[in-house]
Design a protein around this ligand. Structure first.
Ligand code: IMP
Ligand code: MG
Length: 215
């Protein structure tokens, strides 16, 4: 059976590893403690912004033993670019009732702030008892809409990162670490996505014609 060591085996499409698997694990555990300080033993409803927050949500949920309910919203914004294009759209909305509930909104990364502002607005309209937000990563320098999350895993510089749920054109979500995507693979000029990295994991674009894809 092959051994697995994420700190040694950085993906070839990464320029550098920003956070190793064990650093992420440690910080997610701490975030679980921070949640416990705020929510005590009380019940709350987690709303996860998929696809990006899938792994973070799954791991964070296992760090708390409160009674929790879970729902997901799917938002489109990025398409196959490393910078936000246009306004995010709700592709799939809530399916459970959150009126009068304590809601924790979870996303993978806070960038321009447009996505979390959009989803927070949607949630507030449904009159929850409270709304708090939790993001694993915060790219403070890129904010276009002012927004401070209540719980932040790591503040990071303005670099395009992938792994641990974060994607580029739907790839790399399954990396156990978070790393900076090589510049040569980012939005290659004049070339269809993936053409710059022949043989790399970004070799195939996601569905053509879709102007935006799930974050
Ligand atoms: P915002 O609406 O600009 O704040 O963007 C938030 C969404 O953009 C996140 O949910 C991510 O899906 C995506 N995003 C922003 N920065 C990155 C990045 O560095 N890597 C991968 N996805 C990102
Ligand atoms: Mg994304």
């Amino acid at each position: 059976m092959p051994t697995h060591n994420s700190t040694l085996k950085a993906h070839p499409d990464l320029e550098s590893v920003m956070f190793t698997e064990s650093q992420i694990k440690r910080r997610v555990r701490e975030l679980g403690e921070e949640l416990r300080e705020v929510y005590g033993q009380g019940e709350f409803t987690i709303i996860s912004i998929i696809n990006g927050a899938v792994m973070f949500t799954a791991d964070l949920m296992r760090e708390i033993d409160n009674p929790v309910r879970l729902d997901c919203v799917r938002i489109s914004s990025y398409g196959d670019k490393t910078h936000s294009v246009g306004t995010p759209q709700i592709v799939s909305s809530l399916t459970i009732d959150i009126t009068g509930r304590h809601v924790l909104l979870i996303d993978d990364i806070l960038d321009t702030g447009k996505t979390i502002t959009l989803v927070s607005g949607l949630i507030r309209k449904l009159q929850p008892a409270s709304l708090r937000t939790c993001v694993l990563l915060d790219k403070v320098a890129r904010r276009e809409v002012p927004f401070d999350a209540d719980f932040v895993g790591f503040k990071i510089p303005d670099k395009f990162v992938v792994g641990y749920g974060l994607d580029y054109a739907e790839r790399y979500r399954n990396l156990p670490c978070i790393g900076v995507l090589s510049a040569r693979l980012q939005n290659p000029a004049g070339a269809p996505l993936g053409a710059a990295g022949a043989g790399s994991a970004a070799g195939t674009p996601r569905s053509s014609g879709t102007q935006s894809g799930p974050g």
